[in-house]
Design a protein around this ligand. Sequence first.
Ligand SMILES: *Cc1c(COP(=O)(O)O)cnc(C)c1O
Length: 428
Amino acid sequence: MSAYEPGPKSAALLQRALQVIPGGVNSPVRAFGAVGGQPPFIERGEGCRVQDADGRWYIDLVGSWGPMILGHRPPAVMEALRQAMEGGTSFGAATGREVDFAELICERVPGCDSVRLVSSGTEATMSALRLARAATGRDLILKFDGCYHGHSDGLLVSAGSGALTLGVPDSPGVPAAVANLTLTVPYNDLEAARVVLATHPVAAVILEPVAGNMGCVPPDPGYLEGLREACTAHGALLIVDEVMTGFRVARGGAQERYGVIGDLVCLGKVIGGGLPVAAFGGRRDLMERMAPAGPVYQAGTLSGNPLAVAGGMATLTQLTPDVYSELERRGAALQAGIEAAIERTGGGARVQRVGSMFCLYFRDAPVRNLADAKSCDVARFGRFFQGLLRRGVYAAPSAFEAAFLGLAHDDAVVDELIAAVGGALEEG
Ligand SMILES: *Cc1c(COP(=O)(O)O)cnc(C)c1O
């Protein structure tokens, strides 16, 4: 089956981009290396759709990799941004808006007594780790194969989708001395984590409570509870990286959905509604160690930026409990439709979904960890991806990414998606 052909404007932009931007993209996951062909260049978005430079519209399943839970250009967020912009774009000083925002986060996120705003998920996780090391006086961290926690040196070890898609599990430039402080075990293998915790002085266990950077891998029943207990028993802190799942899989994130509370929590993506905001927070006694309250240094020129905070605040304000039951309903309808299409077209694929995040894996058996995810039929995914794009569905160009539904994907759009997925599956 033929690959998607970009329009002439997108094709010309790619040629220019390749001259002045490494690989033509500002984040490697956006490139089409893993699926072949050339990407459309996106110019605008409206609701659940994006439009490329050639005027073609697509149903967007990427949602900026998670943040756009309200869709593109939601009126309340646009209005809040306009108002904030009138007051100026950055002061590098304390603002009332940050206080409102921090109060809202602490109210909604379980276990979050105090929170520090940063500008990216990468900053949030690397700062939380520094704090955990300072608080425990230990250097080692434990992470899980296939979980991604941003691209800081110590976390770029067995780190999921981006690196996985490129086939470079560990990046050159990460000093061995740093990588050696990061221990890894398979996701959903409680015993393996227990053994490491019992035999090594681990400062922190960091995990994605639903692993969304190897598709969509929910925690096995009891897994999060078991990790929580093991951390407490061995004096390690539990850092729940909710950069993807926060305000996504439930109003209070995965901690609320599964009833397991970390010592520290990292937030990003949805929290900024498409603007650069992320955060880490948690137990007061830990957060009070952050400068200037305590000695653990961390800082940011644009942290708590007025525009970004206004965008985040307006987004979170829209996220009522009803939003999550509605997203659950639409997610279930989409899953049922895709499963029927899989059945009709001869099987060999399965859907894994938690609320409004999901993944279609080309494999019959459940995907519980990275090894399972890697055993999927990646070549078939490539063909499927091209089929979707030709049908006007913009999905992540990798077999190891989650797809996202938002409030703008209404029932009619869900039906369109089911039809497009069915058509792409039929082609092979
Ligand atoms: C996206 C992501 C990050 C990194 O966030 P950036 O804003 O891209 O730096 C960290 N952890 C998880 C779980 C993520 O999904």
